[in-house]
Ligand binder design. Structure first.
Ligand SMILES: *[C@@H]1O[C@H](CO)[C@@H](O)[C@H](O)[C@H]1NC(C)=O
Length: 291
């Protein structure tokens, strides 16, 4: 009796330890993974590395970047954006390589007056050339709670998701001459800054500094990714990454979700902006079934 009881107890303890361990490894620590890069005290890592906040006032914004660079990965971050009157502020969250001919995968959140929707802006750059904007109004208030913004980047596609709902797919279309991001490692960056020249209704609405400081928060960073180290990716053909993200594509259900978001929430799509591209739409826009 006594021995089976103690077995049950030790099983319970083991389970507890495993669950505890899982929680620790599933959300990485900001102290270990990121550096605050600018803002003179306006960016802070709190709660033993569980929370990061950026703030903006009249004098400066702030920003952080990942210690690691990655070549492919599934990268999740939870953000809670500047609440209230955030007009004029921009929270940028992006992956970017170094140098003049950089590659970049972008989320940018343009603030708005209280009660008016944020604009979520996305873009993809290859060798310093972007011009692939898609913008959305979110289906929730991004300032009330944390929501998960994800980039899945593998050799075949880049999928942007919000709370696991795909909102954009940028496929590898090198076969028809569209450059893809596949050789430069990207570092994660985020910054909160003032862009009232252009951000809200094209710059008509200015930042209300009586509301400062403006604060955005981050938590639950998770990267299933190939870390770049000493000039080499950590994943190779002979040691492929764990998890299925490396080969992942959108199944039929996910494609339908994506279509629905694009129908209901998209407010700008470069692929339909014929005025902007009088010589013809970019090549990737002319292939059916690509977004
Ligand atoms: C702000 O709200 C207006 C009115 O709803 C909307 O048209 C605009 O897209 C919103 N976002 C920005 C960044 O201006």
């Amino acid at each position: 009796m006594a021995s089976s009881n103690s077995r049950i107890i030790s099983l319970g303890m083991l389970l507890f330890i495993f669950v505890g361990f899982f929680l620790v490894v599933s959300a990485a620590n900001f102290n270990q993974e990121f550096d605050i890069t600018w803002g003179d005290g306006r960016g802070n890592i709190l709660n033993n590395g569980e929370l990061l906040t950026l703030s903006l006032d009249k004098f400066s914004g702030s920003g952080f970047q990942s210690k690691n660079e990655y070549l492919f990965g599934k990268i999740d971050m939870q953000l809670k954006l500047v609440p209230g009157n955030s007009a004029g502020t921009v929270t940028a969250y992006y992956l970017r390589s170094q140098g003049e001919a950089w590659d970049e995968i972008d989320f940018e959140f343009l603030g708005n007056l209280s009660g008016q929707p944020y604009t979520m802006h996305t873009n993809v750059y290859q060798h310093g050339k972007g011009d692939k904007e898609q913008q959305f109004h979110l289906w929730f208030d991004p300032t009330k709670d944390f929501h998960t913004y994800s980039v899945l980047w593998n050799p075949k596609r880049i999928i942007f998701s919000v709370d696991e709902t795909p909102i954009r797919e940028f496929k590898n279309l090198e076969s028809i001459g569209v450059p893809f991001l596949k050789s430069n490692p990207l570092r994660i960056h985020s910054s909160l800054w003032n862009a009232d020249q252009w951000a809200t209704r094209g710059g008509l609405i200015k930042t209300d500094w009586t509301q400062a400081p403006f604060t955005a928060s981050y938590r639950n960073f998770k990267a299933d990714a190939c870390v770049w180290s000493s000039g080499k990716p950590s994943c190779t053909k002979t040691s492929p990454p764990k998890g299925n993200w490396f080969l992942q594509e959108l199944d039929l259900a996910a494609q339908q979700k994506l279509k629905l978001v694009q129908k209901n929430n998209m407010i700008y799509n470069y692929c339909t902006d014929t005025k902007r591209f009088p010589q013809g739409l970019p090549r990737e826009c002319t292939v059916s079934n690509t977004y």
